[in-house]
Design a binder for this molecule. Structure first.
Ligand code: AP5
Length: 215
């Protein structure tokens, strides 16, 4: 399986990826998680990326493309992958086409998680994440059993720096301007699969299983 999870910030890319992973053991490649782990480790890439991320802006294409090219060449990705948060611009999508051509691989589907901006703001202001294992919580829909403590690993459950309302609004405007054109880009390639992002947390898994059954 080689798919892209496309969608606004907070559409549920990470949440849907978790459901898919439980059934299909493919590499879950999240550019946001890769960047955050670079920030945590204090790498040069992390230090450069942090400024853009805290402001709700995209990290420059050349940095992201180089990082992803290296990641896609790793062994686990050759068996299949779910891309979460990449590509995010037409330049990144074109670069991905070139990387996959070189690897003689094709995408199976690009899932477009469809959601209104106001629903995103509600979700992201109440999102919490485990600093250690990355488990996603929500103070309204899915709180951790003990406030601030991860049910899975006991790590600290915190709010992401970019989940403040003003930064969320900026991320949404960047999404509409720079990422939404990908809907048309992949629509023309005939591989776009729109999915209502306000439904169940395994909605994408169900659609993929239906597609497989009909193939
Ligand atoms: P990134 O980490 O990718 O953030 P994002 O795309 O803004 O997406 P999120 O992680 O915020 O949300 P999500 O869609 O995964 O939703 P989630 O499942 O957590 O990127 C962060 C930053 O890194 C960017 O702003 C940029 O600076 C940089 N960056 C990353 N990639 C880049 C690239 N390619 N190029 C340049 N820069 C890049 O769910 C959200 C909440 O909703 C949770 O609380 C969850 O519990 C809840 N929820 C989810 N689904 C449901 C549901 N079905 N019903 C009810 N609640 C739900």
């Amino acid at each position: 399986m080689r798919i892209i999870l496309l969608g606004a910030p907070g559409a549920g890319k990470g949440t849907q990826a978790d459901s898919i992973k439980a059934k299909y053991p493919v590499a879950h490649i999240s550019t946001g998680d890769m960047l955050r782990s670079n920030i945590k480790e204090g790498t040069e890439l992390g230090r450069n990326a942090e400024v853009y991320m805290d402001a709700g802006k995209l990290v420059p294409d050349d940095v992201i493309i180089a990082m992803m090219e290296r990641r896609l060449m790793e062994d686990d990705a050759k068996e299949g992958f779910m891309l979460d948060g990449f590509p995010r611009t037409i330049a990144q999508a074109k670069a991905l086409d070139e990387i996959l051509d070189k690897m003689k691989l094709k995408l199976d589907a690009v899932v477009d998680l469809v959601i209104e901006d106001d629903a995103v703001v509600g979700r992201l202001t109440s999102r919490r994440v485990c600093r250690q294992c990355g488990e996603i919580y929500n103070t309204v829909m899915k709180p951790s059993s003990k406030e601030g403590v991860c049910d899975k690993c006991g790590g600290d459950v915190v709010q992401r720096d970019d989940d403040k309302e003003d930064v969320i609004r900026k991320r949404l405007s960047v999404f509409h301007e720079q990422t939404a054109p990908l809907i048309d880009y992949y629509g023309k390639q005939g591989i776009l699969v729109p999915v209502d992002a306000t439904g169940e947390k395994d909605a994408v898994l169900k659609v993929l299983e239906q597609k497989k059954a009909n193939a």
